[in-house]
Design a protein around this ligand. Structure first.
Ligand code: NAG
Length: 348
């Protein structure tokens, strides 16, 4: 009996040590609409989602500027790490450094690795997200003291999710980059920017960094709609571009882990789990993976997805996609669970 009690306490103690040691003090997010929690509300752009029916399944049914009916993957990841269930947007004046000390989001919908991509819809370029991060570092040092702040910045988990818009909003739409680069060259150009960004982040004190791969972007409802006379199939070319890009990112991640002392960089690749969901929606409890919930589901997003649209679905949980470009909260949760388990577990 006595030894049983001792074992109990020993295990209990070990678990505690493990939890405390493994704890990530803050989640720090960079990227595009896949992870923007409301920064675009405070930017002069037409790419917004801070109105109904966006957010209708969020806390209090509040539209926050997240491009979904509810939470986005970074919210779920933050929660899985024992932090807040939402990651607040840096430009939202209702939050301050007290809130941002455990989680902050610099992402901006519509942005990309390429400066030319953020120009398309006048959103925050990636380099500017990093400028905001530097400003945040100073505020955090003012709030926590230099030593503790540097500790938090070093132990924080950095999540970067970006790149889809470089292809779908820029390369394949405008002649600029596509006349300058072949697709393969453009991929290399973007991977180099990703590499510089991660290196700079490391230089500024970050250690645990997750870089997200691209989704099967040819299966986004908006892209399928351009294929409407061919059965609304996924655009295989775009899916292959995403796959190739992810392979290149993976190579870069492997290289940086070898070259940069102390960095722990992982590729969080949502491609496979999303492909499985899209190919076999019913086995994940979905009824529709081709059309989105909002509006006709064929093309609506941002201001086109609004509460005057009579076609919006009743139960978003039955849909893989919320608007023509973004997943529902349920899909976001499945992706986050997958990423936490398969890519981020080492940071827990
Ligand atoms: C993007 O723009 C910023 C600010 O002008 C500049 O510092 C940076 O070098 C540019 N990035 C690329 C890849 O051209």
């Amino acid at each position: 009996m006595a030894s049983e009690t001792m074992w109990f306490w020993l295990v209990h103690l070990l678990l505690q040590v493990f939890t405390v040691r493994g704890k990530v003090p803050a989640i720090i997010v960079f990227g595009d609409s896949s992870v923007d929690s409301g920064n675009n509300n405070h930017v002069s752009t037409v790419l917004k989602s801070n109105f109904a029916p966006y957010g209708r399944d969020f806390y209090d049914g509040k539209p926050t500027g997240r491009f979904s009916n509810g939470r986005i993957p970074t919210d779920f990841i933050s929660e899985a790490f024992g932090n807040k269930p939402i990651v607040p947007a840096y430009l939202d004046p209702t939050y301050d450094i007290k809130d941002f000390a455990t989680g902050v989001c610099f992402a901006s919908a519509g942005t990309g690795y390429d400066n030319a991509t953020s120009d398309v819809l006048s959103v925050i370029p990636l380099w500017k997200e990093l400028e905001y991060y530097k400003e945040y570092q100073e505020k955090l040092r003012g709030y926590l003291g230099k030593e503790r702040a540097n500790e938090v910045l070093e132990e924080a988990l950095y999540l970067i999710s970006i790149g889809t818009n470089d292809f779908l909003e820029n390369y394949y739409i405008f002649p600029g980059r596509s006349s300058q680069f072949s697709v393969a060259e453009y991929q290399n150009f973007l991977v180099q920017i990703a590499r510089n960004f991660v290196s700079e982040l490391h230089h500024l004190g970050a250690r645990r960094i997750s870089l997200s791969g691209l989704p099967p972007m040819g299966c986004l409802p908006l892209e399928r709609t351009t294929n409407i006379f061919f059965g609304s199939e996924c655009i295989e070319e775009y899916n292959n571009v995403a796959k190739d890009f992810n392979e290149k990112l993976k190579g870069m991640v492997t290289d940086l882990n070898k070259e940069v002392a102390g960095i722990k960089l992982v590729l969080s690749n949502p491609f496979d789990i999303l492909s499985q969901i899209i190919e076999n929606p019913s086995s994940f409890g979905f009824e529709d993976a081709t059309k989105a919930c909002c509006g006709t589901g064929l093309f609506e997003m941002s201001y086109m997805c609004n509460k005057r649209n009579p076609f919006t679905c009743f139960d978003a949980n039955k849909y893989v996609f919320w608007d023509s470009f973004h997943p529902t909260e349920r899909t976001n949760q499945l992706v986050a669970d997958y990423v936490v388990k398969n890519c981020l577990a080492q940071f827990m």
